[in-house]
Design a binder for this molecule. Sequence first.
Ligand code: T1G
Length: 689
Amino acid sequence: MTNPVRYETEGQIAVITVNNPPVNALGHAVRQGLMDAANRFAGDDAAQIAVIVGAGRLFLGGADISEFGKTPQDPILPDVIDRIEALEKPVVAAIHGAALGGGLEVALGCHYRVALKGAKIGLPEVGLGILPGAGGTQRTPRLTGVEDALDLIVSGKPVDATRAQVIGLVDRMVEGDDARIAGLAYAGELLEMGATARPVSDMDVPSSELDWEARDADLERKFPGQVAQRHAAKAVRAATQLPFAEGRKEERRLFMELMETPQRDGLIHAFFLERKVSNLPELQGVEPRPIKAIGVIGGGTMGSGIATAALLAGLPVTLVETSVEAASKADATIAKNLDGAVKRGKMTEAKRAAADLTTTTDYEALSEADVVIEAVFESMDVKHQVFDQLDRVMKDGAVLATNTSYLDVTKIAGATKRPQDVIGLHFFSPAHVMKLLEVVVPERTAPEVTATAFRLAKTLGKTAVRSGVCDGFIGNRMLSHYRSAADEMILQGASPYQIDAALERFGFAMGPSKVADLAGLDIGSMTRDRKGRDLPGIVNPDWADALVENGDKGRKTGKGFYVYGDDMAENPDVQAHIDAAREKAGITARDFTDTEIVERYMAAMINEGARIVDEGIAQRPLDVDAVKLFGYGFPRYRGGPMKYADQVGLSTIRDRITRYAKDNPTFWSVAPMLDTLADRDGKFEELNQ
Ligand code: T1G
């Protein structure tokens, strides 16, 4: 293997270039290369100053995440950085693109830092469930002060070069597009000034009046159940209380603790699956069709949200409605969405002014669109009418997408003259905010059309997951199962509020009754799927129907499982409806522990997830994880339901299901794939490879 680190001299300046595409991650060969380069520079009498640069699009992207969980190989990064810092001749980091995590820590080990305008500089480790483990928590506060260091390290959010200079993280910010040139120029100046090595570890940590206990309590509230943020703050605290060498030891100790957590494992799984999920074997080498103009049919919440998403991405949109009034209403909704995006800093004023939206009642206006997405009423008849029109007006090769959330996309496609061009794009509400896009692929869809859908998702900043055609696709099909498990528990004695609270403590953004309130209780009762059929083995919950009969349909009417006023409160009517249902079913209520609630809910989710993979609806377990993480509020630090199952152990999950099946064998039958894997002590992860 060629050395990823090159050493050369230009006059009195040594240039050390890291070239390890795609992101110059600090894998073993790079660490060894940097160590060798530092030693060579130390003994190179011709060179008086060194510049470290990254080849390609960025400086250094950080530690090589794929090495985590394996035995660390010497030299470890902290030692490499110490070696650089201990050099007697000065070293300059010349940053372009990004300096992240261990990448920034290398720059902090250098004596001077110059960054090109626009470079992203930060310590994103907490997002991976760890903390900066190569001196970052000790050196950063010495340069920026305690508050700015905590901001960087605990939020994990990078700053741009301009801000990095303001807070003292870099010495200089320059315009330009060549880090090597910028580094050489700065090094030349430093040489002329007679600048010397200036180790950050020799600097004092500026004093701080911070109440560390209160800050820790804040973090516990802000990141409930998560450990990395609090550990990271503890490491910064150590920097303020201990000499550098001791602080570093404490940083290492906290870092190693985090490395062992399932949260680290879950977050790293999430990092890689976010990238792998759109990397489909079937699309290797398949060119997407061009996407220059978008059509949207329907200007309701969904259609307007989809149009907003496209406009935010700078695509021109033509939206078709059935009447002039409806079209102008869509216009207003979209304008409001875009203005909101400007306010929240998601769109610049200039881009807002350039947003190119046409609303019309004339299908002919779509003749130039490359992709059209219909978001009309969920009825097969209405969809057929829309697709008849689209068949007539759309140009050859245009992609015809339906945003249905449960209708049979194969049937919709089959009714057109061009089934190869038809695909499902299941957006989640609000469509301009939610990250998930389920790409529903019927059998006859052309590969370029699927590739185009994935390209579109990327353009819109969404995470696309491929789903086959089935009731509810991946996400809602699973949802009806774990909601049913919740209903079963309510019937047997748990309260909806205990269930919500237990699952929120587990990490879900919202418990199932809050979700049901948000979606609207009339949208399909808790135990029925979206077509109103009962799921096998589950008693129909009369309580949700009773609420709807009462006019309490959830958030939109101000009352459902909860009463929505200034504060949110439990709806006192609910218990009587549940009592009635229990009486009817002849059930004496029993107590549930929070643990049992979580276990049953997760078992239902995992079991159905396994079926979905087995049937090929999802191609890999990681696709199931992605759907739940990016569309259903599953806690990222648990990596997704299938990852969680691997952590718990598949035979444990199977044992639980077998136990629940004693009372309700129809609903709780073990998925064949789960059974097979559990038999041989396997993991879902094997199927992700
Ligand atoms: N290690 C290994 N692989 C990585 C990687 C990394 N750090 N970063 C990216 N990749 C892979 C990625 O999986 C993808 O692979 C390809 O590179 C391109 O990535 C001691 C503990 C740098 C901003 O958290 O944020 O340092 O899919 O599609 O959009 O304290 O990658 O092509 O096979 O994301 O241009 C801290 C993580 C590590 C940075 C570039 N560093 N990376 O974005 O490309 S922890 C991070 C990113 C640490 C020290 C510690 C982004 C990027 P494939 P991409 P991009």
